[in-house]
Design a binder for this molecule. Structure first.
Ligand code: PLP
Length: 489
């Protein structure tokens, strides 16, 4: 047995090797995106790092550990660099990583109070702290943590289905045969996890009612009424309307207040997918984008996006605490108690899908405790302002067009030089994005908007300035012209 692997001093030694590297990584402010590596080559490099036969690892094989960590850091998207403008996961507040590291060593799965006492009370505290920005009655709402926004959306839609079709949990979806078929309504730009959740719940593609968007890519309430009426005429019973607070493509915010009117009138559960944009609630100047949030039934909010903690940490809120127990209705005598006591009332296992779960809240709670909401509000405001600056900079260029005015920190645009004949190069924007990624200086993303490719930037790093945006545009011009001239690498 290699029991030295458990040696506390060896642990400290290894941790110091990692920390020294991470300090250098964080201190490196160079502009870099991703060192994209050909997978077969990386596979070989990784294999070469492994022991050829078991048992030949020397105690404190620092060189090998160092090489693995270097490779891990080098091949990652460089989320702490100003060159990273591509995705919604963040360069984290380093302290959150320190807490995550502690969680990994003390290993306290957090669905049950007895296994995670501090995370369980921290969850209660963060629920109250964040609810200050939502505004529900303190005793009536509930919040649980889940591993990601996708799982939070699934859980909320399941709770909605069980609320509106209580017989389905015990009798299955077939129990509604002969009645209007269960359906959900989504904005046409909803994240794919929403429709995936519907599929898991036995709601087919034909039962997904797509609500048309206006020119700002928000659900249009007037058209939504008509579309819902048409769905009803087709024999569908829309039980859940899922709106976005920050769509993935363009960061658009659906009009929650107006949709809440419709939901109330038609007895529809209103769920907000705020995976990206719910964090704007902590900002006094941006909160208005979620006007009406206190009227919704449930809200998914990713802290690993705009609250800058490591993936994953999602907060799933319910206006009505009782309904948070509606998603899953089970007995399991090995963990669930028939009569709650002062301890088990802090358990969340009956409300969340996971049994063993990371103590997801700890990273966020510690940041909140040490820095307060201002840390998040200031950074979010800076990032949203930066996207607006980028919009003005890009609009001032003759060879670029913006696709929308940014509502938060996401902006889509196109490079359209005079010598481009779009019909000859339909995938021009995607080709630019891929070549930029390959060059390794900037990391940006792409998306189809109005069925045409566009470049997409997501501002997640407060070190990005307008100078970096100018540099990115210059890089796009160089790459774009290389592509048009047939320049290959
Ligand atoms: C609007 C929206 N909803 C849901 C998700 C999925 O969240 P997660 O990646 O945490 O599962 C995303 C992810 O980007 C998103 O942008």
């Amino acid at each position: 047995m290699q029991l030295h692997a458990f040696d506390p001093q060896l642990f400290r030694h290894h941790a110091e090797i990692a920390i020294a590297r991470l300090e250098n990584h964080l201190a490196d402010t160079s502009i870099r995106g991703l060192a994209l590596t050909e997978p077969a080559g990386l596979l070989q490099t990784a294999r070469n790092l492994m022991n050829s036969k078991s048992g030949d690892i020397a105690i404190g094989d620092d060189k090998k550990l160092g090489a693995i960590l270097d490779l891990y850091i080098k091949t990652g998207i460089q989320v702490h660099s100003p060159g990273y403008m591509g995705r919604q996961f963040s360069g984290v507040v380093p302290l959150a990583g320190v807490v995550d590291f502690v969680s990994s060593i003390i290993n306290q799965p957090s669905s049950f109070y007895e296994a995670a006492q501090l995370p369980s009370v921290a969850e209660r505290i963060m629920a109250e702290e964040l609810n200050r920005f939502i505004g529900w009655a303190p005793e009536q709402f509930a919040m649980i943590t889940t591993s990601g926004g996708s799982l939070a959306n699934l859980t909320a839609i399941l709770a909605a289905r069980n609320d509106k079709f209580p017989q389905c949990w015990s009798q299955g979806i077939g129990a509604v045969a002969g009645q209007p078929r269960p359906a959900i309504a989504v904005g046409d730009d909803a994240h794919y996890s929403v429709c995936r959740a519907a599929g898991i719940l036995g709601i087919g593609e034909d039962q997904i009612v797509r609500l048309p968007l206006n020119h700002k890519k928000q659900i249009c309430p007037q058209q939504a009424r008509q579309t819902l009426a048409d769905a009803s005429a087709r024999g569908l019973r829309v039980f859940c309307l899922i709106a976005s607070a920050g769509t993935t493509s363009t960061g658009a915010f659906d009009p929650i207040d107006e949709l809440a009117d419709i939901a109330e009138e038609q007895d529809i559960w209103l769920h907000i997918d705020g995976a990206h944009g719910a964090s704007l609630l902590v900002s006094d100047t941006l909160r208005h984008k979620l006007k009406g949030i206190e009227r919704v039934d449930s809200l998914a909010w990713d802290a690993h996006k705009m609250l800058f903690v490591p993936a994953m940490c999602t907060l799933l809120f319910y206006k009505d605490k009782a309904k948070s127990f509606g998603a899953f209705r089970q007995n399991a005598s090995y963990v669930f108690e028939k009569e709650p006591d002062i301890y088990t009332e802090y358990d969340s296992a009956e409300q969340n899908f996971e049994c063993t779960k990371r103590p997801l809240i700890m990273n966020l709670w510690v940041l909140w405790t040490l820095y307060g909401p201002a840390l998040f509000a200031e950074k979010i405001e800076y990032l949203c302002d930066l996207a607006l600056h980028a919009y003005h900079i890009i609009n001032a260029q003759e060879d670029f067009e913006t696709v929308h005015r940014p509502e938060c920190n996401i902006l889509c645009f196109r490079y359209l030089p005079a010598n481009l004949q779009a019909s000859n190069y339909p995938d021009f924007q995607v080709a630019i994005r891929n070549r930029i990624r390959g060059d390794g200086k900037f990391f940006i993303s792409k998306v189809d908007v109005d069925e045409a490719g566009a470049l997409r930037i997501v501002m997640m790093n407060h070190q990005i300035t307008t100078a970096h945006i100018e540099m990115l545009l210059q890089e796009i011009r160089i790459v774009g012209q290389q592509l048009l001239s047939g320049h290959t690498r």
